[in-house]
Every structure is written in C-alpha cells, then in structure tokens.
Design a protein around this ligand. Structure first.
Ligand code: SF4
Ligand code: SF4
Length: 439
C-alpha cells in the first residue's frame, strides 16, 4: 500500500513550476535523459510520495531515482523560481530511510560504513588500515563492487599529521581568532591540507583555534536521510564553537562548509537553538571565501612576483585548471574566489575547464552507494581534464580530490596532479622569492 505521512514542505515543493530550465545542469539527467532522473521529475516524485500516490516498496518504487540524485544542487543554481531542492531532498531521504526496504549490502553500506565508521576519525583510521593492506596486495577486485570501489579511492597512505589546539598568528597582535572545522575524513586522509590551511591563516596574522571536542559536521547523515543524527552533531558542534569564542569558523571542505552554513535550517525546530545557530552561521566561511576577504596582501605578492617573471617550479608550472566542488559552487554560491586564487598563482598557465561545475561523481558517499553513475561522471570529468591538457587540477573538497585522482589513474593520466587549494597556495607561498614573501 502507498505510504503517506507528511514529511515535505508542500509550499517549497510547489515552487517548482516545471519550466525545465534546470534540466541541462543536472548531471544525472545529462547522462540518462530520463525525466525521473531530473530535478523537475524528482520534485514530482517527492510530491507523489508525500501524497501517497507512489509506494516506496514494490516494482514502481521511485527510490532508485531519488538514490541516483547526487545532491549536487546544480539545479538550485539554475532554477529561476528559487526551489530549495536540497532541503526537499533531505526531507525525502529521511522519509525513505524510515520506510523503504533495502537489500542487505545497501543496509550494510549505509548503516555501518557511512553512518558508523566514516563520521568518526578514529574508527575510520582503524577501518582504513586493513583496506590499505588489501589495496597494497592488489586483491581489491575479489571484493564486492562497493568495497573494491571504496579501495580505489583511498590514497597510498594515511595522514599522520597532529594538529595543535591553538596555532598563534605569525605576527602580533593577532588580527583575529579563526576556528577550524577539521571534519571526519580530512584528518585521516588530508591532515596535510589542514596544516596548509593553518599556516596560511597564521601567515595572514590570525590565531587558529582547533577545538578537540568537535565532531563530524553532520553532512554524511543529512545527505543520506538521517536528519535526527545530523541534528545531534550540529547541536554538539554549535556548543563547541560557541565555547571556542572565534570571530570566524572556517571550513576547508566544501561539503562541510555548506552543512555548517545550514545549521540554522537543520536546527529550526527550537527557536532558542535556532537563534544560536543563526549567529553561528553568520560566522561560517569557506576557506577560499575567507582568503578572498582577508588575503589581499598575499594576492598582491603573487602579482608582484609575476611582474618579475616568476612562476612555480616543476612539476607545478604546467597548465593548471580548477574544478568546482558542487557544495561550494551550488550550495554556497562561491565560484569566483577560488578561481581567482588559482589564476593569481598560475598566471598565464591557467586554463578554464569545460563543465567545471558539473559533479565529478563523488558527492559525499555517492561513489560508494551509486558506483555506476559515479563512474560515468568520473569519466566525463577526466575526459574534460584530458581535453584541457592541464597537468594540475585544483579543487576545494577532499571527496572530489579522491574521485578525480582515481579517475585519472584509470584513464592512464596518473601524471596529472590533483591538489586542494590550500595546499596549492601554501606551496606557492613557499616558492615566492624571499624578498616578496616577506613583504
Ligand atoms: S528550474 Fe526550478 S522551477 Fe523549473 S523545473 Fe527546475 S526545479 Fe522546477
Ligand atoms: S541535486 Fe544534482 S543530481 Fe540531484 S536533481 Fe539537482 S542537479 Fe540533478
């Protein structure tokens, strides 16, 4: 029997006027051409679930089309009616997880790996150790596909970087106090990127606070239909960063930043908590956004160096391009600041990437739950990189780095490097002529 329980904000769903202007920006629609895999079709499916016209279980279940959605929110950027697609999707997925029956391996993947392992850095590190051993022995292909795909994504080694609780500004008095969200996957795989981020903030004259009590931002839960767990994590982090007393809360992973910026929506049930969450949200910045606001002096140093004929040493001096992480470009509406930073360093070596803001197929844990579509989008992305002739790809999200790196390897393009913007800028600052770097 069809299920009806009111989970959807009907006014928000009715904002969709079915104009279809979003279709060309939707990666899954571009790949399948199926209306049910488009934003317009999915909003219709959500309303059909809400109204009880469609059952979540059985042969006409819409769950596969909802699962196939990347949550990339490119449709929001394209939509002239302001449809809050991301919020509608989160509510629908929460409903699906409560009522739909899933095969055992999907339950194992979603309820064990994605909800119980990834969001906890210590558990993730322990779980990654045997995975690294399997990868080294080159026997991943013997495992079920969702596990072998996960192995493909892992880098060659785990991070051993330990972060301090406080990193003081390089100049005194400090210009302000920046709190850093470290996230769950980043400390295990991208500790170096946190180090680069901290060094750049210190160099610009700010203290960096890294509260040890912070936990996962809640993105993995919110995007996979576990809103109660996401709210619990949001409440916890809210309290931790309030106690840390920062002027700004910085995220260097686009997916985490977009979730932090939506804590007010996530915690809107209680007016008192909502008020606190709104104050918190006003302080949240993506790394590239904050650098744009505070890093003018650094940008000028790169410009002076270029005026003197400076460029990066090999292997960083080839054509360089930029991939937009969906949760930066579409969920946070930030496209120019990271690009301008890459252009500032690469100078004449910068090339624009075709379809730069089309999802690479990473989308949080999507490359594990929907490996087939993730692989199609990965190939689409690496084909554009090949055409660009870039030897360096810069982006702002760890999931994108892993997904693009693994795609390049599959396509025989291992020599093309993929770097986080913070690592790129920190490396570039180290290579500036000393008389310019000191200014
Ligand atoms: S562009 Fe917006 S209003 Fe038009 S079909 Fe897409 S979601 Fe609906
Ligand atoms: S979130 Fe992305 S994949 Fe999902 S409907 Fe919108 S554009 Fe398509």
């Amino acid at each position: 029997m069809a299920l009806s329980s009111h989970f959807l904000d009907e006014d928000k769903a009715l904002a969709c006027v079915h104009c279809g202007l979003c279709l060309g920006s939707c990666p899954t629609y571009l790949e399948t051409g199926n209306e049910n895999d488009s934003p317009r079709g999915r909003v219709y499916l959500m309303r059909s679930i809400e109204n009880g016209r469609l059952s979540l279980n059985g042969s006409h279940s819409p769950v596969s089309h909802m699962d196939r959605c990347l949550g990339c929110r490119a449709c929001e950027t394209a939509c002239p009616s302001g449809v809050a697609y991301g919020q509608l999707l989160e509510a629908t997925r929460d409903h699906i997880e409560r009522h739909a029956r899933r095969p055992w391996y999907q339950r194992l993947l979603r309820r064990w790996l994605i909800e119980k392992i990834f969001p906890f850095p210590t558990r993730f590190r322990w779980a990654a150790l045997p995975a690294m051993a399997v990868k080294r022995m080159d026997i991943a292909s013997l495992l079920p596909r969702f596990l072998s795909e996960a192995m493909e994504l892992l880098p060659d080694k785990l991070s051993r970087v330990r972060l301090p609780a406080l990193a003081p500004s390089h100049t005194q008095p400090a210009r302000g106090r920046v709190g850093l969200l470290t996230g769950c996957v980043m400390p295990v795989l991208f500790g170096k990127t946190h180090q680069s981020t901290i060094q750049l903030i210190q160099a610009l004259g700010f203290d960096v606070v890294i509260p040890s009590q912070q936990r996962c931002c809640g993105a993995l839960h919110a995007h996979s239909g576990k809103l109660a767990e996401a709210r619990e994590l949001a409440q916890h982090n809210l309290q931790v960063f309030e106690q840390a007393d920062c002027d700004v809360v910085l995220a260097n992973a686009a997916g985490c930043g977009s979730t932090l910026k939506e804590y007010d929506h996530l915690l809107s049930q209680d007016p008192v908590v909502w008020e606190r969450a709104s104050q918190f949200v006003a302080k949240v910045r993506d790394f590239s956004e904050w650098m744009e606001q505070q890093g003018a002096s650094l940008r000028e140093r790169f410009a002076s160096a270029h005026a003197q004929g400076w460029s990066l040493p090999e292997p960083f001096n080839g054509l360089t391009t930029f991939h937009d992480a969906c949760h930066l470009a579409h969920a946070q509406g930030i496209t120019m600041p990271p690009r301008q930073w890459v252009q500032a360093v690469a100078g004449p070596h910068y090339v624009e990437l075709n379809e730069a803001d089309i999802c690479c197929g990473s989308a949080g844990s999507y490359n594990l739950t929907e490996p087939e579509m993730a692989a199609r989008l990965q190939l689409r992305k690496t084909s554009h990189i090949r055409q660009s002739k870039a030897s360096l790809v810069i982006t702002t999200n760890p999931g994108c780095i892993l997904q693009i790196q693994s795609g390049l390897k599959k396509e025989g393009l291992s020599s093309v490097r993929v770097m986080h913007l913070a690592d790129y800028l920190e490396m570039a600052l180290r290579h500036l002529p000393s008389e310019i770097a000191r200014r």
